[in-house]
Design a protein around this ligand. Structure first.
Ligand SMILES: [Zn+2]
Length: 509
């Protein structure tokens, strides 16, 4: 990007940027031309000026974030009797320290501005380091040198310029995730080809796909060196998700890290034909760290796998499906744009292209997809919150002060028992009872969830030693949030697997 400080330009004739330095010297566009709209687009276009008026940060559809580059477009209106000629547009950005930078574009104007066409707007790219809180913008339209000012009608009664605070939100937005290659060893209809490989180019692809569609300044991707060996069918992806939940626990992963299992399945990836599956945390809390897991069919590099990856990570950020095809399971009911479209332009940093408002939201099953204000408003606070945990440098839980027994009940009757550090989710809806070694009745709250993949998760808070009972009896509380689920589990007796019974988290008994 050509940039030049105005103060520098005033003294250096060699400066290459054409200058229209301000009201006193520049001549505003005459003949009734007016600034119509200005949008800053970091992935979802945000109007900072619309219908000739400044749009304040609280009136915008979504938020601009710091340290992420923005594609800027400005449109104009002209009267019918417009005389076609070249017009210059200057974008000025002023930083909090008073530093101002300016860049000029020229365009032959013979019709009104129109964002649907490449030549229908003046455009600029603002690099990430200039997108900072407390900065402000200004766009103004000028006659070019050589214009016969004396012959042109005077400016419109409203001068062809606009400006105001940029409204960039302070705070970092970053996604950190671990890709776990899954080594599928199973006798299926397809040949087992081992875990998918992630060389530098493929990791870059994952980075690009995730970063272009999420409100982030950076993405940190680590490939787990040791693959997860999976010896059962891949038809039931929900079981793989639980294995990933347990793995992130064994790795002592911080609560802000997402785990993504990449599988090249030897049998079909899912009974429902999905290319991937993910947990959907009810809230962006530390207690739900175990739900920041997803799995996807990544047998081939390229677009479909990368789209699956992005969609599944969307779920782990709390996003549910957006209805477009109509086959999307459990869609949200408040999506604001018809047919699941994004409804706004969006700048694609990877392809350096503008995505049209007719693309579908990436949480639908339609194609092609992009993201709109609705999606960004859902994931941005989640990303910021998780990043704040990271930036506060919270120590990982080497010695958890709470221990939770996790029980996964699958639709096929099987179950998985595992233990994680940290508290159980706050949404306890049942009680578990058992007798301890001295014969006393113990009663503890159980948080019960319906999870993706027709799995029921039970979270039982254990004592400090993590003592696991031999059997657990479940009781419904009177005011269980999911009464049907509680009723179906009422009185159920669960027998702890042998290998877990003596386990005390490696602590002294
Ligand atoms: Zn989905």
């Amino acid at each position: 990007m050509r940039r030049c400080l105005l103060a520098l330009c005033a003294t250096l004739p060699a400066c290459t940027v054409e200058r229209y330095p301000g009201d006193e010297i520049g001549v505003y566009a005459r003949g009734g031309m007016a600034l119509d709209s200005v949008s800053f687009d970091q992935g979802v276009a945000v109007d900072v000026f619309a219908n000739g008026q400044f749009v304040g940060p609280s009136s915008r559809p979504t938020t601009l974030i710091q340290n992420r580059g923005a594609y800027v477009r400005a449109t104009w209106s002209i009267p019918d009797e417009w005389e076609p000629r070249e017009i210059a547009a200057a974008l000025e950005l002023t930083q909090v320290d008073g530093t101002t930078s300016s860049e000029v574009r020229r365009r032959w104007i013979d019709g009104p501005g129109d964002l649907r066409y490449p030549d229908g707007a003046f455009d600029w790219f603002v690099p990430e380091e200039m997108m900072s809180p407390a900065s402000s913008w200004r766009v103004a339209l000028y006659e070019t040198e050589g214009a016969r000012i004396d012959l042109l009608p005077p400016p419109a009664h409203v001068l062809p310029r606009g400006g105001g605070p940029l409204g960039v939100l302070p705070g970092r937005h970053e996604i950190e995730l671990v890709v776990v290659p899954i080594d599928h060893q199973f006798s299926g209809p397809m040949e087992c080809e081992g875990p998918p490989e992630f060389g530098e180019a493929r990791v870059q692809e994952l980075y690009d796909y995730l970063a272009r569609i999420n409100p982030v300044e950076d993405v940190v991707i680590t490939i787990r060196e040791e693959p997860l060996v999976w010896t059962e069918s891949a038809a039931n992806l929900t079981k793989i998700l639980d294995a990933l939940s347990e793995l992130r626990e064994l790795d002592n992963a911080p609560p802000y890290v997402y785990y993504f299992g990449a599988i090249d399945p030897c049998d079909w990836g899912s009974t429902a034909g999905f290319a991937g599956l993910a947990r959907v945390p009810d809230a962006p809390t530390r207690e739900y760290a175990w739900k920041r897991v997803a799995v996807g069919d990544m047998r081939r590099p390229g677009h479909p796998s990368n789209e699956t990856f992005v969609h599944e990570i969307g779920h782990t950020q709390g996003r549910r499906h957006v209805s477009c095809k109509g086959t999307e399971g459990n869609p949200v009911s408040d999506y604001p744009v018809e047919l699941g479209k994004t409804g706004s332009f969006g700048f694609d940093h990877l392809r350096w292209a503008i995505q049209p408002p007719t693309h579908a939201d990436y949480m639908s099953y339609c194609d092609p997809t992009w993201v709109g204000a609705y999606g960004w408003n859902q994931v941005r606070p989640v990303i910021q919150r998780l990043t704040s945990w990271k930036d506060r440098d919270e120590p990982s839980r080497a010695t958890p002060d709470r221990v939770t027994l996790m029980i996964s009940l699958y639709a096929d009757g099987a179950s998985k028992w595992w233990i994680r550090g940290g508290s159980a989710s706050a949404s306890a809806s049942m009680r578990a009872t058992w007798y301890d070694d001295s014969g006393d009745l113990v009663a503890r709250p159980v948080a019960v969830h319906h999870s993706t993949g027709e799995t029921t998760h039970l979270e039982v808070a254990l004592d400090d030693l993590g003592t696991v009972p031999r059997t657990i009896t479940l009781h419904a509380d009177d005011a269980a949030p999911d009464a049907a689920l509680a009723t179906s589990l009422e009185g159920r007796v669960l027998h702890t697997p042998l290998d877990l019974r003596e386990r005390r988290l490696g602590r002294a008994p």
